[in-house]
Design a protein around this ligand. Structure first.
Ligand code: NAP
Length: 304
């Protein structure tokens, strides 16, 4: 049985791991794709302390991974299917059928982009529909592209995409944007960005690939068709908590409820990062929550 297993190698999981591994507590992180989590989707991070010239999401991910491995931490690639309890033992079933057991468990599995759930969305994934501007932006050189959403991610992605595209439409369902003021200013000053407010997407149309989107005005009766080659959906996040199997308390949207020590309602199970219910979803908050979880796990182990 492992002492500590962490699910997810984003900034929360890696920070918890760094704290524990540095204190010589055997720690295994299970990661589905590649260490870094959603940081890997961010081209340039400018608000993480210690990097006055900014740092790429990829580089920050690599640095955190290296720091964890340097202290003796272990990373295993795998996808968690479900979690069960047997007394104090946490039993983790992976999708490949393997079972792992641990005394303490940290859920740091992050969040995934929400879908719009409109006609055409699933049909055109990879054929003009994307959820990651950094991954797919370069495919849209000199094209007409729409970004859907009015949050920080939508505006950051819109600004980023203007490096490639000919015209960028920022489609948001309200007249007021949710994003931080400085991002709003930057987007408004960018000549390639056209704001299409307040509209929701009704349908994504095309033959082999995306050709247009049907938009409905949310304040008056009006439907328009916008010719685009691509649509980047940035409508918020949903927590990666389906594997919890109902054993850990969440809110109605699946975000895990924790106390100030990052403890869930189940003794020995902690959670941190974008998978928890909180008011600020940032790399620095995820990292500090990971550290808090690590700290209190260590305190429990000391007092056992
Ligand atoms: P978000 O803040 O939840 O914004 C989601 C946006 O999508 C909102 O504008 C929302 O509209 C819109 N939306 C949701 N469902 C929709 C639907 N079905 N159809 C059309 N539009 C829809 O999500 P986010 O931008 O991914 O950010 C997540 C968190 O990460 C936030 O806390 C954010 O501050 C943080 N973040 C920070 C930075 C940074 O500081 N540089 C960068 C990225 C993310 P409404 O506004 O009408 O609800």
């Amino acid at each position: 049985m492992k002492k500590v297993i962490i699910i997810g190698a984003g900034p929360a999981g890696l920070s918890a791991g760094i704290f524990l591994a540095r204190d010589k507590i055997p720690t295994l992180i299970i990661e589905k794709f590649s260490p870094g989590g959603n940081m890997l989707l961010t081209e340039e991070i400018e608000n993480y302390p210690g990097f006055p010239n900014g740092i790429s999401g990829y580089k920050l991910s690599e640095n955190m991974k290296e720091q964890f491995l340097k202290f003796g931490g272990e990373i295993k690639l795998g996808e968690v299917e479900r979690i069960d309890l047997n007394g104090n033992k946490k039993i983790i079933k992976l999708k490949n059928g393997e079972f792992l057991e641990s005394e303490f468990l940290v859920i740091a599995s992050g969040s995934t982009r929400k879908k719009l759930q409109v006609k055409g969305e699933d049909d055109f994934i990879g054929k003009g529909v994307s959820y990651c501007a950094i991954c797919d932006g370069a495919f849209f050189k000199e094209k007409e592209v729409a970004v859907i959403g009015g949050g920080d991610s939508a505006l950051e992605e819109a600004i980023y995409l203007t490096k490639f595209v000919k015209t960028l439409y920022l489609v948001h369902r309200r007249e007021k944007l949710r994003a931080k003021k400085y991002l709003q200013e930057e987007a408004k000053n960018n000549k390639k960005i056209n704001f299409i407010l307040p509209y929701i997407v009704k349908e994504i149309k095309g033959k082999e690939k995306v050709e247009s989107i049907i938009l409905e005005n949310t304040l008056k009766e009006e439907i328009i068709e916008l010719k685009v080659d691509g649509i980047f959906i940035s409508a918020g996040q949903k927590p990666n908590s389906e594997f919890l199997n109902g054993i850990v308390k969440t809110d109605k949207n699946g975000f895990i409820i924790v106390n100030e020590k990052m403890e869930t309602n189940i003794p020995g199970i902690f959670a941190c990062g974008d998978v928890i219910k909180k008011s600020l979803y940032q790399i620095i908050t995820a990292a500090s929550e990971g550290m808090i979880a690590g700290f209190f796990i260590e305190k429990y182990i000391e007092n056992l």
